[in-house]
Design a protein around this ligand. Sequence first.
Ligand code: HEM
Length: 165
Amino acid sequence: MGWVRVARNGRSAQDTIDTLSQDPSKTILKYEDAVHVEVADITPSKNNETQYPFHPVTLSVDALPYIEPDVVRNTKGDSTKIWLVIDSIVYDCTSFVNEHPGGESFITSFQGEDCSWQFKRFHSSAHMKEFGQPLRIGRTSGICNRFKERPRLVGLRGFNRSDEW
Ligand code: HEM
């Protein structure tokens, strides 16, 4: 794989998921944390920098606030804004990156970029629903994937995944 290196931080994916499910301090991933943010609100903070809160998983994509593509791209290199774009939705992985079962580098290498097809290679829609959806901060457009998706061999899709996208 030319575009990423695998790193597991010494833990198995299942270990990390177990931790994420059981440790109350890892609340960032929990649905309950997102539901109290009721509207797609973009609020300037005291230092006048716009804040992008998480949104309820029940909020439709159309209702997510639009984030200008340049704002997304400009997060590159900013350790306080580790944002990814998957299918034109912006995910704030800043808190999640250290807990990512696949390792930090997968996420940081796509900071401010689209990684839709790469994400789909490694995750099921159930992963997106449980771990990705609570990280949504907005929608955007025009963010391209740096890598061209290689064709997959017919029949391999879903080989080790329980569902389809
Ligand atoms: C919103 C961002 C992301 C979330 C919420 C997320 C979540 C997860 C979760 C829950 C797992 C465990 C899956 C399992 O045990 O089967 C996982 C594993 C993994 N993720 Fe991610 N991930 C994200 C982004 C990415 C990206 C951008 C990449 C690569 C481009 C990536 C690559 C991987 C890899 C390689 C694994 C290990 C897969 C395996 O063991 O089969 N992830 N991720």
